[in-house]
Design a protein around this ligand. Structure first.
Ligand code: FAD
Ligand code: MLT
Ligand code: ZN
Length: 479
């Protein structure tokens, strides 16, 4: 994105106030220091900001928000800045302050009886998973960016990921929240109750709001018992239809055991094998389509290995699977997952891409892949179709890579046209234009068409009621 506007001045008194609140260590104003916070990881959006504020605790965060509200200066909450939709990037005119949660990363409590983790928003998802594991539990949320993405970002985007098929999205794991409101008021809703019917469920308003209603400071997350057996297999499959049949076979065998079911195309896998050091395919030959399945159970001696072999043998006999490998160790399990998790990075290294994080009913995934592939090929001959993702949830990342002989900028200039081409099919199949990445800065233009009428009006009214000055992450989510 062009970098045409000079940073807009914010009142010197506000900067002095912020410095007094968070100290020198908590305030970045040098453009070299603030630049990484003003750009997304795909380099699609480059904003400007006069200051990045890094509060160390909720009291500092609340004081920062009070000061910004009094000065009428908008803020952009930022976690790990791994957003796929430019959600955490400030505006180009330098009018917004970035509030980074990175210094608020304490684990406040882990309770293996209540099965809860109370954790500050700036902790990475990986740190949250580790804290759960040390207590003998599992935080069943796993995404490729988990080493960088933060708990606050995960909740603000209602992240999905690999285990949604079994445990749901981030939304399903929140029992309580601590939120700093746009005027600096702190709502302490850090309850850890499994049952609590006392009025509107406010925490769910902030989950998935992408920082447009308030800043999540801490959360109580639900944990589950840790798995005692885990089996992972990579399968070459002849078609997306076969992948779906394989999924239903696993679900039919034991729905409680399917922890992840991911689809990958031959194109995406070829990018991973080409660009990711050490990646290799443990199958006899490359295939046009792949499925990655993970089974897991907290039950001891559940015989998961036998279950995996039984389903795969049946599928091989039926021609649903052409070849398969079952991991024999933790190292092999990680290596198989790496082939899937490195898709985003490999796609970035291959060139410019347009992402369509779409969902349809699970049964329609093969039709989505076929029809959207045909539509994109008609729109732009040579476009490379890279669908992959969470097939078990009906969530496919229907990503498109630039034609080999096309200029990246020329390709990206047509991003709306490409997204809209895919979305015509998605809409026809009863799907959504954003399954898990959110709306951010990239897709508010789609909201009137997809969520228009009473739904959008209600969202606007909620936004106005909580943030009447439009100071929370303006320009994101709502058109
Ligand atoms: P950021 O990018 O910093 O922010 C995202 C949004 O949340 C912004 O709107 C921001 O303003 C807001 N926000 C951040 N912190 C707070 C807070 N404390 N309070 C209020 N608002 C806040 N996403 C998935 O859902 N599933 C996946 O499988 C998945 N895989 C990914 C793989 C890779 C390699 C990458 C790079 C990204 C992937 N993502 C995935 C997208 C991204 O990681 C998620 O959206 C993640 O939840 C963002 O977390 P973050 O801390 O980086 O948030
Ligand atoms: C993933 O699941 O790996 C990401 O959400 C997908 C993407 O890069 O589009
Ligand atoms: Zn995903």
């Amino acid at each position: 994105m062009p970098d045409t506007h000079p940073p807009r001045d914010i009142p010197a008194t506000l900067l002095a106030q912020l410095r007094a609140i968070v100290g020198e260590r908590g305030l970045l104003t040098d453009p070299t220091d603030t630049a990484p916070y003003a750009e997304d990881w795909r380099h699609l959006y480059r904003g400007r900001t006069p200051a990045v504020v890094r509060p160390a605790d909720v009291a500092e965060l609340a004081a920062v928000m009070r000061a910004c509200a009094a000065a009428g200066v908008p803020v952009v909450p930022q976690g790990g800045n791994t957003s796929m939709v430019g959600g955490a990037v400030p505006a180009e005119d330098g009018s917004e302050i970035v509030v980074s949660l990175a210094r608020m990363h304490r684990i406040r409590d882990v309770d293996a009886v209540d099965l809860t983790l109370t954790i500050e928003a700036g902790a990475t998802l990986k740190a949250a998973q580790n804290a759960a594991a040390e207590a003998g539990c599992l935080l069943p949320l796993s995404i490729g960016s988990e080493g960088t993405a933060q708990v606050g970002g995960i909740l603000a985007t209602n992240a999905g990921g690999n285990n949604t098929v079994r445990y749901g999205n981030a939304r399903d794991m929140v029992l309580g929240l601590e939120v700093v409101l746009p005027d600096g008021q702190v709502w302490n809703g850090l309850r850890r109750l499994r049952k609590d019917n006392t009025g509107y469920c406010l925490r769910q308003l902030f989950v998935g709001a992408e920082g447009t209603l308030g800043i999540i400071a801490a959360a109580v997350l639900k944990l589950v018992p840790r798995p005692r057996e885990t089996e992972v297999a990579l399968c070459a499959v002849p078609s997306p239809e076969a992948a779906l049949q394989l999924f239903t076979r696993f679900q039919g065998h034991d729905p409680a055991a399917v922890q992840a079911f991911e689809y990958m195309s031959g194109m995406g896998m070829s990018f991973v094998l080409k660009h990711i050091p050490g990646a290799s395919l443990p199958l006899a030959a490359p295939a046009a389509h792949y499925a990655l399945v993970e089974l897991a159970t907290p039950r001891p001696n559940a015989g998961l290995r036998a279950a995996m072999e039984q389903v795969l043998e049946g599928a091989l006999e039926a021609g649903i699977v052409a070849d398969a490998v079952i991991a024999e160790s933790d190292g092999q399990r990680a290596a198989l997952w790496r082939l899937r998790e490195e898709h985003s990075e490999a796609q970035k290294r291959e060139g410019a891409s347009v992402k369509n994080d779409v969902s349809v009913p699970v049964s329609k995934v093969p039709e989505l892949i076929r029809r959207a592939s045909e539509a994109c090929a008609r729109l732009m001959p040579g476009i490379r179709v890279v669908p992959f993702g969470h097939m078990g949830d009906g969530n496919i990342h229907f990503n498109l890579e630039q034609p080999v002989d096309m200029d990246a900028a020329a390709f990206l200039a047509r991003d709306h046209e490409i997204m809209d081409t895919v979305c015509v099919v998605v809409r026809d199949l009863g799907g959504s234009f954003s399954a898990e990445h959110g709306v951010g800065k990239l897709k508010p233009y789609m909201m009137p068409e997809w969520r228009g009428g009473a739904e959008l009006e209600l969202m606007q009214r909620i936004k106005h009621a909580i943030d009447p000055g439009n100071l929370m992450n303006p320009g994101k989510v709502l058109p």
